[in-house]
Ligand binder design. Sequence first.
Ligand SMILES: C[S@@+](CC[C@H](N)C(=O)[O-])C[C@H]1O[C@@H](n2cnc3c(N)ncnc32)[C@H](O)[C@@H]1O
Length: 315
Amino acid sequence: MTHDTTRVSRQQLSLLPDEAEQPLQRGEPPNQEEPFSVRPARADLACQDNLEFMRSIPDGSFKLIVTSPPYNLGKPYERKAELDAYLEQQDQVIEECIRLLHPKGSICWQVGNFVDNGEIVPLDTLLYPLFRGRGLRLRNRIVWHFGHGLHCTNRLSGRYETINWWTAGDDYTWNLDPIRVPSKYPNKRHFKGPNIGKLSGNPMGKNPSDVWEFPNVKSNHVEKTIHPCQFPVELVERLVLSMTNEGDAVFDPYMGVGSALIAALKHGRDAAGCDIVEEYVEIATQRVAELEAGTLRTRPMGKPIYDPSLPRGGH
Ligand SMILES: C[S@@+](CC[C@H](N)C(=O)[O-])C[C@H]1O[C@@H](n2cnc3c(N)ncnc32)[C@H](O)[C@@H]1O
């Protein structure tokens, strides 16, 4: 169903209607090259201010709210606001997101630094009280490391941002197995004690830890669009797979070109998102359609980082 008004354009799309009868394959590790989950999923995209978009949504609707808000860094889509005004605006959005959060749900708020005249202000430290003060619990402060960015001359070049993972309560959805990564020594065995000779690590791989390395979406990235700061889809996939189950719903209140929605839909989760820039919403809608058609290219989860010291960069 699609309806347009002069201010709001909202698209509701349904993926894979022909496969609705296929059985779910729960409990199996995801095939990281597969473009789709088996479950048909719905997408709800709007060109709308997020506070307006959220107003009509019932409490507790989303198992995962994952977003990267504007950083106040003077990107083309931002009006450079004073930090206090920025935090006041974030406060309202966060309050409304918490209303929409499922009791077993998670919020992942991804930010970097506000840079003011060469001084850096780590935004997650300023946002912390807005979540903690409303009773959410911080489970991890994930450091996302990437290789490319501005080269600084008067300080070290910044090569990480953070994702603060908050849960609504202590009983939260959490699946470690789908996001395990290969162990360093997969064949290592106990050499003494009652388990002597048995594998000492989990054969499905190890916990990926709280430091993640994914290439950021720069010009040569397969997912690059006109958006100046997209999420890499694989980063959100890791959050979706570990913090939701098939059939849950995922929301991005600052959707951009819809990378979080793509990650959710790929794995059979319903997805909703909004953005105030019409061009971004059009691209997001197009990307969802390409996902449905099986033509959307995303960087596969688990693909090694390009390493110039290895033949063919290690790929
Ligand atoms: C850092 S970008 C997010 C990019 C997104 N993660 C992606 O992968 O494309 C922030 C986005 O927030 C949008 N935005 C800014 N203010 C907004 C508002 N009040 N409501 C909805 N979206 C807004 C901007 O247009 C921008 O696309």
